[in-house]
Ligand binder design. Structure first.
Ligand code: ADP
Ligand code: AMP
Length: 219
């Protein structure tokens, strides 16, 4: 059982690498962003509550996202979890530590994905995803092989996120620097932190992450 947090700003490539880890290692991606988007499209009360905050690029309350993660972890049955976009605050990080220890589990690594802001803007403004299977694409760096058709599942339901615009991204980046980047120090102090150069190609980043998970690189 390997549990890993992919920690990085919006557009760092967390979702892309989480999908690779699912495919290559049979681990389970837990993306609070995906869970919140699902709640929104299902039209649930919680979905309605978080919709405006998400569109503006703000953070949803700790209580809501911790509840979503608790529910998934309590279901159990996974070979290991990839936390993608969670935790995003110190309160969420403390809660995750407590939840894992209650379940007799631990974190194996926290991987800080380092990128610069200019690359993030390019990545976010070119991103589109498959509405059916969640595969992540980019207009320039990883387009679909057949335009308009998902390589993975063949769906033509390719979508762009409503918060992938420059205004919301500016707010999301500010939230990241104010509330999430302190987690780098938090996990460094706990001895769990490793780094990858997330400006490298998708394959190279995947190799870096695998080396960390296989213990080939000192953290
Ligand atoms: P996050 O989950 O961290 O917000 P994504 O995985 O959705 O980021 O990636 C954001 C965008 O950047 C997507 O369009 C994706 O195809 C692209 N991308 C991801 N990793 C890389 C990479 N290493 N090099 C170039 N583009 C990338
Ligand atoms: P993401 O898909 O990770 O980019 O998240 C999209 C949006 O969902 C964020 O901009 C937040 O509004 C919300 N969100 C996702 N995860 C969290 C979290 N852990 N804490 C608070 N808000 C979150």
């Amino acid at each position: 059982m390997t549990n890993v947090i992919l920690l990085g700003p919006p557009g760092a490539g967390k979702g892309t690498q989480a999908k690779r880890l699912e495919a290559e290692r049979g681990m389970t991606q837990l993306s609070t962003g995906d869970m919140l988007r699902e709640a929104r499209s299902s039209g649930s009360e919680m979905g309605k509550l978080v919709s405006a905050v998400m569109d503006a690029g703000g953070l949803v309350t700790d209580e809501i996202v911790i509840g979503l993660i608790r529910e998934k972890l309590e279901q159990g049955g996974a070979k290991g979890y990839i936390f993608d976009g969670f935790p995003r605050t110190l309160g969420q990080a403390d809660a995750l530590g407590e939840l894992l220890s209650q379940l007799g589990q631990k974190l194996d690594a926290v991987i800080s994905m380092q990128v610069d802001d200019a690359a993030l803007v390019r990545r976010i403004t070119g991103r589109f995803t498959c509405g059916n299977c969640g595969a992540v694409y980019h207009d320039e760096t990883s387009p679909t092989k057949v335009p308009g058709v998902c390589d993975t599942c063949g769906s033509t339901n390719l979508t762009r996120r409503s918060d992938d615009n420059e205004d919301a991204l500016r707010h999301r980046l500010m939230e990241y620097y104010k509330k999430t980047s302190p987690l780098i120090g938090y996990y460094y102090a706990k001895g769990d932190l490793a780094h990858v150069d997330a400006l490298a190609s998708v394959d190279e980043v995947a190799i870096g992450i695998s080396a960390i998970l296989d213990g080939e690189q000192a953290t």
